[in-house]
Design a protein around this ligand. Structure first.
Ligand SMILES: CC(C)(COP(=O)(O)OP(=O)(O)OC[C@H]1O[C@@H](n2cnc3c(N)ncnc32)[C@H](O)[C@@H]1OP(=O)(O)O)[C@@H](O)C(=O)NCCC(=O)NCCS
Length: 219
């Protein structure tokens, strides 16, 4: 079964999308990638390998040659010059997206199991104002709302990283949900982005998963 209900039509046509099931046999890595996993447990090897394989398929769809995708100092994938991308994996699904850097400054994708966060974890993810606004909307079950805001923020984080190269904590953006979309505004400047800078995202819930997607046009 394809995760079509989660993925179909979420990204614009000029962002390439590839996915795989994390439970399937892990694809081969380049030796330089495998060397990064010397101390990794089996789960990490599997998700990393699926992420790299999906990223290579998405890169190939954008015309990039196959090459090792190494890891930067903030754990970010080192995309080939001229491309931006994003990788996500949970225990079921892996998704990678790739775009041309002359068209997009950043892209972000996140998948999460559609399961409730504990109240103490949720309190670290959203402010009381974000929580009450999200819950008042009634567009997502109460048990899923905090996880959806969490996934929205993680996709924003991945999207903003190539632009700012800065760690932004969960209270560094404020998310306002709408039906199938969300806005995420920076609560403080993250140079070169000003306070209040807005990202627009898309979300889907299907088959026990939440998917969030964000992209930022190149200026
Ligand atoms: C980096 C982070 C977003 C990853 O999310 P996650 O739910 O733990 O895991 P996912 O499977 O969805 O994503 C993991 C992938 O994120 C990517 N990633 C990690 N650091 C990244 C960074 N600095 N920039 C862009 N992508 C990054 C990697 O590709 C990683 O997979 P890989 O190690 O196999 O290559 C998360 O661990 C984190 O640090 N969050 C705190 C910051 C945040 O979310 N702020 C929100 C407000 S902006």
């Amino acid at each position: 079964m394809t995760p079509g209900a989660l993925l179909d039509g979420v990204f614009p046509a000029d962002i390439a999308v590839a996915w795989s099931r994390v439970g399937d046999a892990p694809p081969e890595l380049f030796p330089a990638e495998a060397a990064l996993l010397a101390k990794a447990v089996e789960k990490r090897r599997r998700e990393f390998a699926h992420g790299r394989a999906c990223a290579r398929r998405a890169l190939a769809a954008q015309g990039a040659p196959a090459a090792p995708l190494l890891v930067g100092p903030a754990r970010e994938p080192l995309w080939p010059p001229g491309f931006v991308g994003s990788i996500t994996h949970d225990r079921e699904l892996c998704v990678a997206v790739v775009a041309r850097a002359d068209t997009f400054a950043g892209v972000g994708v996140d998948v999460e199991p559609d399961e409730p966060l504990t109240p103490s974890v949720a309190a670290r993810i959203w402010s009381p104002a974000e929580a009450s606004a999200a819950l008042a909307l009634g567009i997502v079950p109460e048990d899923s709302a905090a996880k959806l805001v969490f996934a929205a923020k993680e996709a924003v984080y991945k999207c903003q990283f190539p632009v700012t190269r800065t760690y932004v904590g969960f209270h560094g953006v404020e998310v306002a949900l709408a039906a199938g979309t969300f806005m995420a505004a920076l609560t403080a400047p993250v140079p070169p982005l000003p306070s209040g800078f807005r990202f627009t995202g898309t979300w889907r819930r299907a088959d026990g998963e939440i998917l969030t997607a964000v992209w930022l046009a190149a200026r």
